[in-house]
Design a binder for this molecule. Structure first.
Ligand SMILES: C[S@@+](CC[C@H](N)C(=O)[O-])C[C@H]1O[C@@H](n2cnc3c(N)ncnc32)[C@H](O)[C@@H]1O
Length: 227
């Protein structure tokens, strides 16, 4: 009997094969778990990191409790529709809905939108809230009579133009932490990082025609210069 036949007879190669198969199966499972975890981590983290890679970086920084209270204080005499632009985890929308507003949030990060919907459902205001996965620059806020924004200074000038051209003159806008650069607030609430500024659309919209007029005037001047 050859040495190989002897080994086969003793059953050793079969055990080795089983060991090898077992080890490669464990290897596959470990690779799958590690790979799956990395993909899941990327899927969750990417929407939070993405704002930092945009031209204007508007990261998720939730409003403080005092800030939310100041927003509600600023809008205490108001009712109707409200929108939080860049609604984060939905805390302002949910708090506003609890105070009787029909409140909506527009947010780029889908995880935050799903979490906001879940929170609204848990806190019993699912019917008076709505959350949209949208880019704030690609939607119109024309239907809202109360607007809340916790933005960054780099975006406020562009947002002034957008809101001034879209909102009805009955609207109020509340800016959290950073004021609008050229609008004049009718009031403020709170202090420090919790300050909020309240703007009346009638006032800031009255400046819009002049701006448009100025640009028309410039175009006409150019036209005459070209003749
Ligand atoms: C400073 S946080 C404010 C969150 C919330 N409004 C609050 O006060 O708790 C700004 C939010 O805007 C979102 N955001 C950034 N860029 C956006 C865009 N282009 N369109 C919509 N939301 C955006 C961010 O994901 C973030 O959740």
């Amino acid at each position: 009997m050859s040495q190989e036949e002897l080994l086969l007879d003793s059953g050793q190669p079969n055990e080795d094969n089983r060991d090898r198969k077992g080890r490669s199966r464990i290897g596959l499972v470990v690779t799958g778990v590690v790979g799956g975890s990395l993909v899941a981590l990327y899927a969750v983290a990417a929407p939070f990191v993405a704002p930092a890679l945009r031209k204007v970086c508007l990261p998720f920084v939730p409003a403080t409790t005092t800030q939310v209270e100041n927003v509600l204080k600023a809008l205490r005499a108001r009712s109707g529709t409200l929108v939080d632009i860049g609604s984060g985890d939905g805390r302002i929308v949910i708090a506003a809905a609890k105070h009787g507003f029909r409140a909506s949030g527009f947010e780029l990060n889908p995880w935050l939108v799903w979490y906001s919907r879940y929170r609204a459902w848990r806190e019993g205001v699912y019917r008076s809230t709505s959350f949209h996965i949208s880019d704030l620059w690609k939607v119109s806020f024309a239907q809202y009579s109360n607007v809340v924004i916790f933005g960054v200074p780099q975006m406020m000038e562009k947002l002034e133009l957008k809101l001034a051209s879209e909102l009805p003159s009955t609207a109020k806008v509340v800016a959290c932490r950073f004021p609008f650069p050229t609008w004049i607030p009718e009031s403020t609430a709170g202090e420090g990082i919790d300050t909020v500024w309240v703007y009346d659309a009638k006032t800031f919209k009255s400046h819009l025609p002049r701006r448009k007029l100025n640009s028309q005037h410039t175009s006409w001047q150019l036209f005459w210069q070209l003749l």
